[in-house]
Design a binder for this molecule. Sequence first.
Ligand code: UFG
Length: 344
Amino acid sequence: MRGRLWLGGNCGGGNRVMGMSIGVTGGAGYIGAHIVRLLERAGHAVVVIDDLSYGYATRAGHAELVQLDLADTAELPRLQAALDGCSAVVHVAGRKQVGESVERPAWYYQQNVGGMANLLLAMEAQGVGRLVFSSSAATYGEPSVGRVREDIDMKPINPYGESKLVGEWLARDAVRAWGLRAVNLRYFNVAGAGWDDLGDPAVLNLIPMVFQKLAAHRQPVIFGDDYPTEDGTCVRDYIHVLDIASAHMIALDYLDGDDRPFDAFNIGTGAGNSVRQVIEMIGEVTGLDVTPEIAPRRAGDPPVLIGEVERINRVFGWKADYDLRSIVDSSWRAWQASPDVGRR
Ligand code: UFG
């Protein structure tokens, strides 16, 4: 598996992109900072472009940090200058809250689609010809199949998912128009921490939301236990953030060496865990009482969303290394160890 070579920080002399600058948008955020750390450990110079709305400058490692809002067209000259000398961009920056996207659809399009459009304009102007784009399983909507393949009909059910899908189209169109090479990585449910100082600073997803309740000596909440699943709670494909980051390393390598100019891959484990199973695992790891309170269903939650990962396994030689216990365990350690984790 090629990508595993990068994890140890010794990518060897045969690595074609060794030593080039990589631009990472959102590199001061939760997922982006993991990618930056792996890139730096592999010997790359990194330029982080981040508006610091959710990120922390301290997470950007040794990278040059350019603070700007990608969606602000007035910033295009600075964005273009930031990409000078970059061989590729990993585009992680974006808004990612489903509920917020339903309330503020135009702003979501402005941020995610506008940001992507500005980035592509700047990349074209600078001749930066490779892109790894953070897409999402939210692009699939509510698929009727248990395990989702990359080639099913994309029918997102909220503006967040729509904005990611349009981002994929923009990348595809740039491939046709000026020769960009792009890979879209469709994340499933990202969680965990690769290092204690890089845990998720936001409390927007199941695991940090449960931690926050436990920290307040309150019961975790399950949004609906009457779904058509084995235990009645929603099933998701939880993927360790370090597995996500390693997939980006391989995607960069693939863009450098493969002839296909455009592709999309699921990044998941191929296995599902229910909300109840995740909460039980949190109980095992923390030793705390996690008896849940059952609340009504949350709007827009598909009962089951699991990624089919056969393609990424076959084409990249990538598969997830970490299981649910590692995800919960590393999240908990980061939550306890770092002052910014779970605080936004
Ligand atoms: N949930 C609870 N209690 C909580 C928090 C969440 O029961 O306190 C449930 C939700 O209802 C859902 C499941 O836990 O059934 C997972 O919810 P998350 O909010 O953690 O994640 P989502 O599946 O809604 O969405 C996440 C990301 C999206 C991404 C999607 C892809 O937030 O950006 O995964 O699968 F698109």
